[in-house]
Design a protein around this ligand. Structure first.
Ligand SMILES: NC(=O)c1ccc[n+]([C@@H]2O[C@H](COP(=O)([O-])OP(=O)(O)OC[C@H]3O[C@@H](n4cnc5c(N)ncnc54)[C@H](OP(=O)(O)O)[C@@H]3O)[C@@H](O)[C@H]2O)c1
Length: 201
């Protein structure tokens, strides 16, 4: 059955792999968010060959950019969006708490923790138009308290920002009345997990 997907950070890495996978079914409509659309040459090449792929400008660290991307997505998908995939993320440092500056923490939090929250806020009304209501966040084992307490990067800016994301995903959606939604929280460490991400959408 055809579905519509929005993938943030769709120009490279896991995001681009998802865009390629999902748009390989020509029945699907895929929108890829890219921070620098002009520079997204591989994605643009793919979109030129696949008419079901659209590219939209999106910097998840800026609220207005998320709202602008949602507006553009609503123009492309007037009947609503099935699956929102919050994939965009950064990992610029695995230093310890003592070695990391406040600015480095803020940078990771604004992209990795608040980015998925901003995108969810901006896109919620478009997701609400459909009964599917799938929200996927791409997290990391580095942000898990339960399973990876000794993981060396769990206390880095990256690990803390993903731990915040995990909590936002597990409790935040319930708090805003979306507890019946299908949520997926995946980390992208291994090929196996990447397959899980691909399968779950
Ligand atoms: N690769 C792994 O082994 C691994 C492991 C655990 C978790 N993850 C998670 O999986 C996700 C994808 O990782 P990846 O390995 O594919 O990373 P990647 O190759 O570095 O790609 C990151 C993507 O996020 C985008 N991005 C970064 N900051 C952004 C912003 N402010 N606004 C919009 N887009 C932004 C990048 O865009 P630009 O091209 O403009 O920079 C790029 O498209 C991330 O959330 C990451 O934390 C990955």
């Amino acid at each position: 059955m055809s579905k519509s997907y929005f993938v943030s950070g769709g120009n490279r890495g896991i995001g681009f792999a998802l865009v390629k996978l999902l748009s390989s079914d020509s029945q699907n409509t895929v929108i890829a968010g890219a921070r620098n659309v002009e520079g997204a040459s591989e994605l643009k090449k793919w979109a030129d060959l696949h008419s079901n792929v659209n590219i939209v400008s999106l910097d998840v660290s800026i609220a207005a950019s998320n709202e602008g991307a949602a507006k553009e997505a609503a123009r492309i998908l007037p009947d609503g969006l099935d699956v929102l995939i919050a994939n965009a993320g950064i990992s610029k440092s695995y230093n310890t708490i003592l070695e990391s500056s406040d600015d480095l923490y803020y940078e990771h939090f604004t992209v990795n923790t608040l980015g998925p929250i901003r995108i969810f806020r901006a896109f919620k009304s478009l997701l609400d138009k459909k009964s599917t209501k799938h929200f996927v966040v791409v997290s990391s084992a580095a942000g898990s308290l339960a399973n990876n307490i000794d993981f060396p990067i769990s206390t880095s800016c990256y690990g803390l920002s993903k731990a915040g994301l995990n909590l936002a995903e597990s409790g935040g959606l319930r708090d805003c009345g979306c507890s019946s939604w299908s949520r997926r929280n995946r980390h992208g460490l291994s090929g196996f997990e990447r397959c899980q991400v691909q399968r779950c959408v």
